[in-house]
Each structure stands twice: as structure tokens, then as C-alpha cells.
Design a protein around this ligand. Structure first.
Ligand code: G3I
Length: 449
């Protein structure tokens, strides 16, 4: 018997519903820079020039389309002795960026910190100070003319209450130093976008309002200013609720906005719950930028926890960046990916196909639990594994599960158990241990051998 027309139609509707609701396989995310390019945004990282080889260089080239020298272009770096210049690291970063199709954000010309001693300790008349500043800008901006996309011309001009920070520049030249610096930078490279950059200006508050008033007035006076940089050195759990609104109000002045130094620090140890929350917050920051047309993009202040300023400046805090010390992407990496419109489900390739990562899952008085994960990309696999590391602060491995470990002095070597030596393509194996620590419990660099 032939089926009736209505039965055929019912069947087709059911089939269509099935096709629509059937779970679809997640497509692999491309690198972050491709996700960002599709949104017409920059995804950048601060870099250390001397590290731009090996895995650090590979990740920098693959994942980012903007670079900011973390220290290499600061006055103290380029002219440590008056009249003696060292451009080695700055040049290396600009050359690297050009070789990999990346833009560079120059950082930074006029700041109160990381200036050479000869400048800080000198006694200068206002005229001399002004000359020193504008000569420095002409020289450094001129050196890279046509090669840099943007400059953080003035860095951190405000105190928290929105008054001008008392610095070498403000004390000597008054607030006009800002206009003088911008004018000198425009003259030295008319194509570079000129920014004022500051921290704790991500939400609407007294400091960001002072910055807002300043750039509005500079624009009204015809002083060259193209954008504001919101550094975004954030603390886990304290993401400003007014971030997007704040970005939008600067954009409405006809200015570009960049998130220039994003990191989200936490009290160590970094637990799975904290890392999951950090992922959500990275995603939210990136989405706030993506939502505003004039927000040009997001730069992270170092992409790996091994190259982050946080542990030195805030003892006991860290894990602020998207990759761990062993270059394994953390949940935060996937937060950036989803913020840029990716699925956030597909790990990026590990450097050699398989990699190990170490984390402190829990820590108490004198004890802690460590976890190690061995992960392989699609196309790579292991039939056995050994993970080694050196404990730098006297930690001792105690009870171990899912591996067998031996410790000799500071050197630890762990091999697979009989049941988990095989790590399939795209799969992982995990083992853990309880250990002891005192004083500090830094995360070691682990090697998969
Ligand atoms: O290069 C020397 C090295 O020779 C020496 O052995 C070592 C000993 O401490 O110090 C090294 O210099 C350090 C330098 O970073 C390079 O690693 C300085 O001590 C250290 O103070 C400096 O910190 C930098 C910090 O600015 C200074 O304020 C951070 O790396 C850098 O990430 C940080 O970046 C700033 C931005 O420029 C502006 N916004 C805030 C942000 C974080 O502070």
C-alpha cells in the first residue's frame, strides 16, 4: 500500500526536525587570530623579545595578530645611558611581527616608571624637560615610522581619584605635557594611532571619567588623539559591570578603544573552580570589546603564566594568563575563543603533538594535591609516557595515584601505570599525588619524555 500524502509530509516534517535538532559535531576552532580577524578585531599579547623562539615563538606567531613589547620600548630599556641606545629587543619584536603579519603597539613613550636613572635623577628646567621628552618621542617614534600601528604615547597619567598623578612630567610641565607628547608623536609618525593608556579605567569611575574628560577636551582643542587604552589588569571576581558601557562612552567621543594589558589574577593555588570562573571573565571582557565597533581589540599582558608580571608584584597571586607555565592552554584560552565567536571546545595544537601540564588542585598548611595531565592532539598518540620536573622549593611527592613516581633530591620522575600508558589521538591521561611544601609552592615546568 502506498503511503498517503499526509503520511509522507508528516514523515518529512519529522525528518526535518531530526536534522535540525540532531547534535552537530563541533567544528575545530582556528587559532585566536583567525577568530579575531573574522570579527575585525585585534587579539594581541605582550611579548619578551628574547623569548621569541621555540614554543613561545610558535604560539606567539600562531595565535596573535598584534604584539606589544612588554618592556623593550620603555625609555629605560632603549636609552639606559644618556645618548647610548639599545634597540636590540625592540627591533627583534618589530621584525618578528612583520615576518608573521602582525601589528605592533608601541609601549610606552611618556611614563613615570621604568625611566633611565639619568633622567629620573637629573635636575631639569621645564624647557629642558620638554625638550628631552619631545626629542625622545621624535627619535623613538621616528625610528619605527610607518611600521607601528599604534603608540601608547602617555601611560598612566591619573591617580585613582581622577586627579593628575604627580610625576616627573606633570610636576615639571603641568598637564600640558600630555598635549605636547601627542603632538610630537603625530609629527614623528602621522600614520600611527596615538593612545593614552591607563589602569583601573575599565569601568565607569572617577579615574575613567577623568580620562574621558581629558580626551574629550584634547579632541575639542584639536590635539592629536586617536584612542584610549584600558589596561584591564583585573582581579578574579571583580570584573567591572560597566565595562561595555564605559567602552561605548569613549567610542561615542569618536575615539578608538583598546583593551591593552588584559590579565585576570587569582589567589594561588589555581583550582578548577577558579580557572572556570576566569574563563567566564575572559569571555566577558572579549565580548564587551566585540560588541563595540570602535573597540579595536584585546591584548593580553603575556600569554603564559611563565611570562607574567603578577607573581613578582603580588606574592601569592598568579595564574592570570591564558596559558600555563608549560604552554598548555587553560580554560581562559577557551574563554577568549568563545568571546571571539569560536566554539571554545577544540584545543589548539600542542607544540609536539602531546604535552603534559601540572596544576595544584588543592593546598593546605603543609600539604597539597598536584595533578598532571598528558594530552595528545588529533593525529598524535602515546603508548607509554614519563613526565619529569624539578621541585624548586623543597616540595616532596608523597602518595601517588595513576602513575609511579620517584623523587631524588628535587628531581621527580613519574611513569604511567599499567592501565593508562596509552594516550589516544585527541585523548588524555591524568595522574595525581599528595605532596608536602613549606614557604612557597611554585608550579614547576614539566617535561613529557
Ligand atoms: O631586566 C632585569 C633583569 O636584568 C634583572 O635581573 C631582573 C631582576 O629583578 O629585573 C629585570 O627587570 C625587570 C623587568 O620587568 C623585565 O623583566 C624589572 O625588575 C621589573 O620591574 C619589570 O617589571 C615590568 C613592570 O611593567 C614595571 O613596572 C613588567 O615586566 C611589565 O610587564 C610591567 O608592565 C606594566 C606596563 O608597562 C604598564 N602597565 C602596568 C604593567 C604591569 O606593571
Amino acid at each position: 500500500m502506498r503511503p498517503s500524502l499526509s503520511a509522507v509530509l508528516t514523515g518529512m516534517v519529522a525528518l526535518a526536525a531530526l536534522l535540525v535538532t540532531a547534535p552537530t559535531a563541533h567544528a575545530a576552532d582556528p587559532p585566536l587570530r583567525d577568530l579575531a580577524a573574522a570579527k575585525n578585531k585585534a587579539i594581541g599579547t605582550a611579548v619578551t623579545g628574547s623569548k621569541l623562539t621555540g614554543t613561545y615563538g610558535e604560539i606567539t606567531a600562531r595565535e596573535f595578530n598584534w604584539l606589544t613589547p612588554g618592556n623593550a620600548m620603555k625609555w629605560g630599556s632603549v636609552e639606559p645611558t644618556r645618548g647610548t641606545f639599545d634597540w636590540t629587543e625592540a627591533d627583534r619584536i618589530v621584525d618578528f611581527a612583520e615576518a608573521h603579519g602582525q601589528d605592533v603597539r608601541g609601549h610606552t613613550l611618556v611614563w613615570h616608571s621604568q625611566n633611565p636613572n639619568w633622567l629620573t635623577n637629573g635636575t631639569w628646567t621645564p624647557a629642558q624637560l620638554s625638550q628631552l621628552m619631545t626629542d625622545h618621542i621624535a627619535l623613538e617614534v621616528g625610528r619605527y615610522k610607518g611600521r607601528l600601528a599604534a603608540w601608547d604615547v602617555v601611560n598612566e597619567p591619573f591617580d585613582e581619584d581622577g586627579t593628575y598623578r604627580e610625576t616627573l612630567w606633570y610636576d615639571g610641565l603641568g598637564a600640558d605635557y600630555i598635549a605636547q607628547a601627542l603632538t610630537a608623536a603625530r609629527a614623528a609618525d602621522p600614520a600611527a594611532k596615538l593612545y593614552i593608556n591607563d589602569y583601573n579605567v575599565e569601568g565607569v569611575n572617577a579615574k575613567s571619567t577623568a580620562l574621558y574628560n581629558l580626551v574629550r577636551d584634547l579632541k575639542a582643542r584639536g590635539v592629536p588623539i586617536d584612542g584610549v587604552g584600558l589596561q584591564a589588569h583585573l582581579i578574579l571576581g571583580q570584573l567591572p559591570s560597566t565595562l561595555q558601557q564605559n567602552i561605548q562612552r569613549f567610542a561615542d567621543l569618536g575615539l578608538d578603544v583598546a583593551i591593552t594589558e588584559l590579565d585576570i589574577r587569582m589567589q594561588l593555588p589555581a583550582t578548577a573552580a577558579k580557572l572556570a570562573q576566569q574563563r567566564t571573565e575572559y569571555d566577558a571582557v572579549v565580548k564587551a570589546c566585540v560588541a563595540v565597533t570602535r573597540c579595536t581589540g584585546v591584548t593580553v599582558w603575556g600569554f603564559t603564566d611563565s611570562d607574567s608580571w603578577i607573581p613578582d608584584t603580588f606574592p601569592g597571586e598568579g595564574a592570570a594568563t591564558p596559558y600555563d607555565e608549560n604552554y598548555v592552554p587553560k580554560p581562559a584560552y577557551y574563554g577568549i575563543a568563545t568571546g571571539l565567536g569560536g566554539t571554545g571546545t577544540t584545543p589548539p595544537p600542542t607544540p609536539n603533538g602531546c604535552a603534559a601540564s601540572y596544576s595544584v588542585a588543592n593546598q593546605w598548611n603543609s600539604g597539597f594535591t598536584g595533578n598532571v595531565t598528558i594530552r595528545c592532539d588529533a593525529g598524535s598518540s602515546l603508548s607509554s609516557w614519563r613526565v619529569t620536573w624539578t621541585f624548586g622549593a623543597g616540595q616532596q611527592v608523597g602518595q601517588v595515584w595513576n602513575a609511579s613516581c620517584a623523587q631524588t633530591g628535587a628531581a621527580v620522575s613519574c611513569s604511567n601505570a599499567s592501565w593508562n600508558g596509552s594516550v589516544p589521538s585527541g585523548g588524555s591521561a591524568t595522574f595525581g599525588f599528595n605532596g608536602t611544601w613549606s614557604g612557597s609552592n611554585p608550579v614547576p615546568t614539566v617535561t613529557l619524555g
